[in-house]
Design a binder for this molecule. Sequence first.
Ligand code: BG6
Ligand code: MG
Length: 216
Amino acid sequence: LVKAVIFDLDGVIVSTDEYHYRAWKHIADDESIYFDREYNDRLRGVSRKESLDIILKNANRSYTLREKEELLLRKNDLYRKYLEELSHKDILPYVVRTIKMLKENGIKIAIGSSSKNAKFILSKLGLDDTFDAIIDGTMIEKSKPDPEVFLSASNLLQVNPNECVVVEDAIAGVESAQQAGMQVIGVGHAVIGTNITYKVENLRNIAEIIQEITEN
Ligand code: BG6
Ligand code: MG
């Protein structure tokens, strides 16, 4: 039985994944560090700090703690400038319809995100009162692929992990959900190589998939 669906935010509800890429690309170019979209896919679902550590592996020198903190601030400033422009129109296709359908069927919905900007993004999208629970990067100790974020969400919803379905665009997020003992629906190109059963391009057929999971 499926009692709850936990959505990742960046790359599932809204294409902020593109803004993360542009902000990191800017930083990497400034520092003359190689970075491309393929690299960026490895940062999906990963915390800001850990993302920087991954990017800096390509640098030809080491960075002090202070330098790293400065880069993190710069990245977030650039990223927040993109976020300022967000509105209801930026919600990805089929998201609103999916949320409505789940609510009509008495299925609880939550956000499970590594982002510390999650609440700001949700308010920009006009989705602040939409979800039954939100767990974001400010509320967790360990970022995806650790299962903490999804376990905390199921806990807040008071639904057993095995009755939760996670919708994710990130490899780290898929691993996190699997470790939490939840079913996963993967969205987009980054999760194509993973061993999950359900992979979709967008949320169009989520209702049918949840029906199928329920019957299995
Ligand atoms: C995740 C994104 O949702 O949040 C990652 O997929 C990002 O790319 C992480 O690094 C942390 O986000 P923020 O907004 O706290 O920098
Ligand atoms: Mg994501």
